[in-house]
Design a protein around this ligand. Structure first.
Ligand code: HEM
Ligand code: HEM
Length: 135
């Protein structure tokens, strides 16, 4: 198993732990409901997507009987996915808790890094799976 594949699976489980804790705190203290976006995206982009990236990189090329076309791109996607997610949610949280100061631009910049990571996965997977086998 490639290192970045293992890392995707490990961080996805860590995000599940953090988001579930935040979910319980949101139930406990209604003022934390302003962080619902943080909870839902820790889950959807952290837990669910990163688990799918990890399992997908390992299994989908094997189903097709070939190797992942650009493993280095997978490594870069691991870092962009995590930097994008943590940055986007950190600045979203600062925006929600700080009165007056705006962190919207930084939230958007890190959101764009997350979109970049999604496009790397999209490209690598299609470049691996779509070409016809040579024989
Ligand atoms: C112990 C585990 C969890 C707790 C305590 C929890 C708690 C919550 C709470 C309190 C909300 C806000 C609901 C509202 O707007 O009234 C919420 C929303 C949400 N949660 Fe969780 N959650 C947990 C796990 C999960 C998991 C594992 C996922 C995804 C795989 C998830 C996905 C979502 C999503 C997408 C929303 C937004 C839903 C919407 O806006 O309608 N949650 N959760
Ligand atoms: C770069 C990636 C993404 C960005 C920038 C993004 C952004 C957003 C924004 C701005 C909202 C509205 C939040 C609000 O009403 O306050 C939202 C809601 C939502 N998104 Fe995403 N999203 C992304 C990826 C995803 C993915 C991959 C999933 C699912 C796999 C997802 C699931 C949801 C759900 C369930 C909601 C409604 C719950 C909520 O309001 O928090 N998002 N998203």
């Amino acid at each position: 198993m490639d290192r970045f594949v293992k890392n995707f699976i490990i961080v996805s489980i860590v995000y599940l732990g953090i988001s579930s804790l935040l979910g319980v705190f949101m139930l406990w203290n209604q003022s934390l409901m302003s962080l619902k976006f943080v909870h839902s995206h820790l889950n959807m982009l952290g837990w669910v997507s990163m688990m799918i990236y990890g399992v997908g990189y390992h299994i989908l090329p094997r189903f097709a009987g070939r190797a992942l076309k650009y493993p280095k791109m997978g490594e870069v996607q691991f870092w962009t996915a995590n930097i994008g997610l943590v940055g986007m949610l950190t600045f979203y949280t600062l925006d929600a808790v700080s009165h007056g100061q705006s962190f919207t631009v930084m939230t958007v910049i890190f959101g764009a890094v997350e979109v970049l990571s999604i496009s790397l996965f999209f490209y690598n997977m299609l470049a691996t799976l779509l070409p016809k086998p040579a024989n």
